[in-house]
Design a binder for this molecule. Structure first.
Ligand code: PLP
Length: 506
């Protein structure tokens, strides 16, 4: 969507852009480039005029002119010379009202739309299980006529989909009625509804640290305060693994979670126990049981994001959190098992709570599109169908990525994930943002570590998705090695840029 950015909004996004590590115009261009790359400045947005931005930033017009010229040269701005400069990404045409136009499909990654020549490591998301999704929509269209006489508004979701989701929980050992399900437009929508209902403005929300960036953004946007609880670091090479209650290599720090619950009494705790984003860890049942009990004792509603639950790469067993207490609120989605383009997710909770969520939902929207929901019902009824092929490819990708990182990037310490779509990697130096800024010069797009934290944490980490096929992962890792070499040769580039929330990662 096109629009314009006024000078003070851009100044706010820029934060402390001039730290004096490089010529001012270059620093300004670097930060604007990061903002465009990670979505904080949307595509095809008109930037402020050079004069007005210079005045607002208290810098010279020459600096802004030179920064804009550099961005234009690098392909991050179009226009100028009489017309307003607009944001773009190299290889993308100008965005239209329908979105970006010429994202090309990479060979070997059917359906993965990325800017020409750029490998996108900022999204941890897969192309659709195309045939399965297509078949579900064909079936949905044959069922549509039966629903056409209705009004088409249904804040809870269409019956067949709610029944299918409920049956799935029941089969997994959590008896569930259709009345306990609210269908949403994805897990992110579900979280927003839950926040609106349960957390209240200025309420506290406990989160794992690191956590899923768009969830952190949603919590912040809801006016809530995050109470962060650090995930234990993975054991460093050559050191003994710390011992956690039943956890894997690192797990969760239940003592820290419990003391935060007792001391802070947050209204809500948001956790991703099933292949946590970004670490890929699976919370063991012993920790699940403990966490559910501790949240209940603190009067905190435990909100469990199960978006990645189906991406179980090593077949480890775990019990859905809701099996331990009827008070748990579960969020699910078809985005990772089938396709994010379905925009279909759900909330499972007690029936009275579901009614409250439905009432809160109507401030966002009045229900989901019907054909999508009918198609989703077919997908949920046959949830396992696309998974074996998906998991086999992901397993190969994960193992390839781990091997490549260990081979090409000595000093980088990737953590082996139990599932999910990404590897959380410790870097030898705190240069994650600097790498993300340099990455497009080397043909890749990255989400810097601080995007997964609060207050600029995780400069020492990078999330590397393994959603690309092995040959493209190799290209990406070689590019990372080149970017790292550029940093090693130019210490002035190793500086932190402001870490702020953004939307263009998943
Ligand atoms: C943990 C987690 N929650 C939610 C989402 C967003 O899901 P949806 O596409 O269903 O909104 C993602 C996507 O990456 C995720 O990793």
């Amino acid at each position: 969507m096109s629009g314009s950015l006024n000078p003070s909004s851009l100044a706010r996004l820029l934060g402390r852009w001039n730290v004096g590590a490089a010529p001012a115009y270059r620093e300004l261009a670097d930060v604007v480039r990061l903002l465009v790359l990670d979505g904080r400045v949307a595509l095809d947005v008109a930037l402020p005029s050079e004069r007005s931005l210079a005045v607002t930033l208290g810098t010279s017009r020459t600096t802004v002119t030179a920064a804009y010229a550099l961005l234009r040269e690098q392909g991050f701005l179009s226009g100028g010379q009489g017309s307003r400069s607009r944001s773009r990404i190299p290889g993308h045409g100008a965005a239209t009202a329908g979105g970006n136009d010429d994202g090309r499909r990479l060979s070997g990654a059917p359906g993965l739309a990325v800017p020409d020549g750029i490998l996108d490591l900022a999204y941890a998301s897969l192309p659709a299980s195309g045939e399965v999704v297509h078949r579900a929509f064909a079936a949905a269209l044959t069922e549509l006529p039966a629903l056409l006489p209705g009004f088409g508004y249904d804040a809870l979701g269409v019956g067949p989909l709610r029944a299918a989701i409920a049956a799935r929980y029941t089969a997994a050992g959590v008896p569930t009625t259709a009345g306990q399900i609210l269908v949403t437009s994805g897990a992110q929508h579900a979280l927003n509804i839950v926040l609106r209902t349960l957390a209240g403005r200025s309420g506290k929300v406990l989160v794992e640290h690191p956590s899923y960036p768009n969830a952190l953004d949603a919590i912040r946007a809801a006016g809530c305060r995050t109470v962060t609880v650090a995930m234990p670091a993975a054991p460093r090479a050559g050191t003994a693994a710390p011992v956690h209650d039943g956890g894997g290599a690192a797990g969760w720090d239940l003592e820290a979670m419990e003391s935060a619950l007792v001391q802070q009494r947050p209204a809500m705790a948001y956790v991703v126990p099933d292949f946590h984003n970004p670490t890929g860890r699976l919370m063991p049942d012993s920790q699940r049981r403990r966490l559910v009990a501790s949240a209940a004792a603190a009067g905190t509603v435990l909100v469990v994001d199960e978006t990645l639950r189906e991406l179980n790469l090593d077949g480890a067993q775990s019990t859905p959190m809701a099996a331990f207490s009827p008070a748990v609120v579960s969020i699910g989605s078809l985005s990772k098992s089938h396709w994010a383009g379905l925009r279909t997710g759900w909330i499972r909770a007690s029936e009275p709570l579901i009614q409250r969520f439905a009432a809160a939902r109507t401030t966002f929207d009045l229900g989901g599109p019907v054909v999508e929901q009918l198609a989703a019902a077919h997908l949920v009824n046959d949830l396992a169908e696309p998974l074996p092929a998906r998991l086999a490819a992901l397993r190969e990708n994960r193992d390839t990525l781990l091997k490549l990182v260990r081979g090409h990037l000595p000093g980088w310490e990737p953590e082996r994930p139990d599932g999910g779509l990404s590897v959380w990697c410790r870097l030898p130096d705190p240069v994650s943002t600097a790498l993300a800024v340099l990455a497009p010069d080397f043909g890749i797009r990255l989400a810097a570590g601080p995007r997964f934290g609060v207050g600029g944490a995780f400069e020492h980490y990078l999330r590397l998705p393994f959603t690309l096929p092995p040959e493209q992962l190799e290209t990406a890792v070689v590019a990372l090695r080149a970017a790292q070499a550029r940093l090693d040769g130019a210490p002035q580039l190793r500086r932190s840029l402001p870490a702020q929330p953004a939307a263009a990662i998943a």
